[in-house]
Design a protein around this ligand. Structure first.
Ligand code: 5GP
Length: 179
């Protein structure tokens, strides 16, 4: 199925399931080598990262732990703008090597806030691994160290990503059609 409809929008197949799988294979090799012997804690950011987290960790044969967090965004005072809070971090991460798993990094606001929240708990290291990264939309300076696929600045769904609740279960990545 190469064109699909979700609510009021249409999307075209952009990256095949096979290509997504190949990109995650490659990333798993890279992460496996880097974290072998370090017993990393993978922290998947829900909801979107459930797919990427499962696909990545099933390819790793190093000793590791996996857990999930959520981010809650709310508008603070006009001076603080949007505030992001991490919810559900139950592990002690002090002294641990943490890898944040994100479905997509767009402007980078979300990962920047997550990194700031995690830093308060004094981990040994924190890195970011993203299924998708939009370099041309990125506005921050934190390095996105591990990226499966770089994509242009367009709205996409599938492989965990949704449009208003729909599309997370689609295999591959679909890109919104230009009207
Ligand atoms: P940020 O701009 O903070 O890097 O990204 C914020 C969030 O926007 C992401 O975690 C994701 O939930 C959502 N987002 C950004 N780009 C896309 C996209 O192309 N598709 C979908 N489904 N969500 C996106």
């Amino acid at each position: 199925m190469s064109r699909i409809q979700l609510h009021d929008k249409t999307f075209d197949l952009f990256i095949s399931e096979a290509e997504v799988n190949r990109a995650i294979d490659k990333l798993a090799l890279e992460i496996g080598r880097k974290y072998d012997g370090k017993r990393p804690l993978f922290l998947g950011v829900l909801n979107g990262a459930f797919f990427f987290a499962a696909e990545l960790v099933k390819r790793l044969d190093i000793e590791c732990e996996i857990s999930f967090v959520k981010v809650a965004s709310y508008h603070g005072t006009s001076s603080s703008g949007t505030v992001t809070q991490l919810i559900g971090l139950t592990e002690r991460i002090e002294g641990r090597h943490v890898v944040v798993l994100e479905d997509i990094v767009d402007t980078g606001g979300t990962v920047e806030n997550i990194m700031a929240s995690l830093a308060e708990h004094h981990p040994a290291s924190v890195s970011i691994a993203a299924l998708l990264f939009k370099p041309s939309a990125y506005k921050k300076t934190i390095p996105i160290e591990h990226v499966a696929l770089e994509i242009p600045n367009a709205f996409v769904v599938g492989s965990g990503l949704d449009h208003d609740g729909l599309g997370r279960n689609l295999r591959g990545i679909y890109r919104i059609t230009e009207n």
